[in-house]
Design a protein around this ligand. Structure first.
Ligand SMILES: Nc1ncnc2c1ncn2[C@@H]1O[C@H](COP(=O)(O)OP(=O)(O)OP(=O)(O)O)[C@@H](O)[C@H]1O
Length: 398
């Protein structure tokens, strides 16, 4: 975020852009009490790309963000999340492709003409203004009548749980409270879209969790389209309607949290989100939506899903929580191995089981289970329901 971090020299420019000062008046038709739900925009990126010299920070990206959706951008450092967000905001001009808001081309519309709110990490509040005056700022410069400002600011401050602190200045607030002020200030003018770039990354875990819940509630209440950048997988899984996973400037998959976790499209997504076992299958063939192949002595199956078997190495993917120690049931896969390692994680025990073929399987089992009591070196069988696995291709070098 450093490149975009704000300083006072360019602050007024950014403030103008962020608060959309020169744009339309209240889209709801002006004066009146603030509605609970805001008007939300749909955004579409069509073949959107951004290069810095020869470096492609964003490769032709196609993604539609539905009106009112909570979309999270997740990916490793340098994968293009902030670049995409800044292109949405209008702070970066795309090198290729276009952007549409509700079907209208906004690719060349400057940031200050887009009706988007923004919350950044360390996004400076006006230090000399109270919470109330900070939140009122975007409405004052839009010349919203004083009575309406009072009502809307009061509502928004209450919505973020800061009524008792309304008179304080930013320096008298905690980091979490300051971010709530930033959230209130970015939403008070009812933007069609709210863009958030790692707003909680400087905060400790407990504060983060409190703010996540708060943000989710504010999203539900306002109905605004949220586009949220984070590094934090659990934050992404907990908050999002959909998660878009980036790698090397490419959109790897965009799907609901459960779908992206249980049925990732590719190896990158499978390994990036949570922990996963990947077993190479030999002589793989598919019948009736089920692939079957060999791993050493064992014959293993999994639903093929969308994966076609032709060509590349097929991998059987299965999450650690689906594996168990013991005898196989009727529709289970089973492999033999030796307990190689045990790690106590609090609520659960992580076991590593070494297979004769050289792979290691990772399992998580309840700490009070018989499996958790097995000694390192013990021979055992690991099994899992065929339906809990899935097939991926080895696309690591693709
Ligand atoms: N102005 C610029 N000039 C040159 N390269 C840039 C510029 N802005 C971004 N990049 C490069 O583009 C790539 C994507 O950067 P971006 O900030 O979008 O990644 P990110 O996914 O947001 O990373 P992080 O999670 O670390 O913030 C990086 O390799 C970065 O170095």
């Amino acid at each position: 975020m450093n490149r975009f971090q704000l300083n006072y020299a360019n602050y007024s420019i950014v403030v103008n852009s962020v608060f959309n000062l020169s744009s339309r008046k209240n889209r709801k038709g002006g004066v009146g009490l603030a509605p609970q739900r805001h008007r939300a925009s749909q955004l579409s990126a069509i073949g959107l790309g951004k290069s810095f010299g020869n470096f492609e920070a964003l490769r032709s990206l196609d993604l539609t963000i539905a009106a009112g959706e909570f979309l999270t951008l997740l990916g490793p450092s340098g994968s293009g999340k902030t670049t995409f967000l800044m292109a949405l905001a209008g702070f970066l001009k795309p090198s290729r492709g276009r952007l549409e808001e509700d079907g209208v081309d906004i690719t060349d519309r400057p940031a200050d003409k887009r009706n988007f709110g923004m919350v950044f990490q360390g996004y400076a509040l006006f230090p000399h203004l109270s919470v109330t005056d900070n939140v009122a700022f975007p409405l004052k410069v839009r010349k919203v009548p004083a009575a309406e400002i009072k009502k809307r600011v009061g509502d928004m401050i209450e919505r973020v749980g800061l009524s008792a602190h309304a008179h304080k200045r930013p320096a008298q607030l905690s980091g979490g409270q300051q971010q709530r002020v930033a959230l209130a200030r970015a939403l008070v003018f009812e933007p069609g879209v709210l863009l958030l770039d790692e707003p909680f990354s400087a905060l400790d875990k407990n504060l983060r969790e409190g703010l996540q819940a708060e943000m989710k509630r504010v999203h539900r209440e306002t109905g605004t389209t949220f586009v949220f950048v984070t590094h934090d997988q659990s934050e992404a899984l907990a908050l999002s309607d959909r998660i878009a996973i980036f790698n090397h400037g490419q959109l790897m998959q965009a799907a609901e949290p459960r779908a992206i976790y249980t049925r990732p499209d590719n190896r990158f997504v499978a390994e990036f989100l949570g922990r996963i076992n990947l077993l190479p299958l030999e002589g793989c063939s598919a019948i009736d939506g089920r692939a079957t192949g060999r791993l050493g002595e064992a014959t293993l199956s999994a639903p093929t899903g969308a994966a076609a078997l032709a060509g590349r190495q097929s991998l059987l993917a299965v999450r650690p929580e689906h594996l168990r120690i013991g005898a196989a049931g009727a529709d289970d896969n089973s492999v033999a191995g030796v307990i190689a390692d045990k790690i106590f994680n609090g609520a659960e025990m992580s076991l590593q089981v070494a297979l004769a073929t050289g792979q290691r399987l990772l399992l998580s089992v309840p700490d009070n289970s018989a499996a958790a009591a097995l000694a390192v070196g013990a021979e055992t069988k690991v099994c899992w329901p065929v339906e809990s696995g899935f097939i991926l291709h080895d696309d690591r070098n693709a």
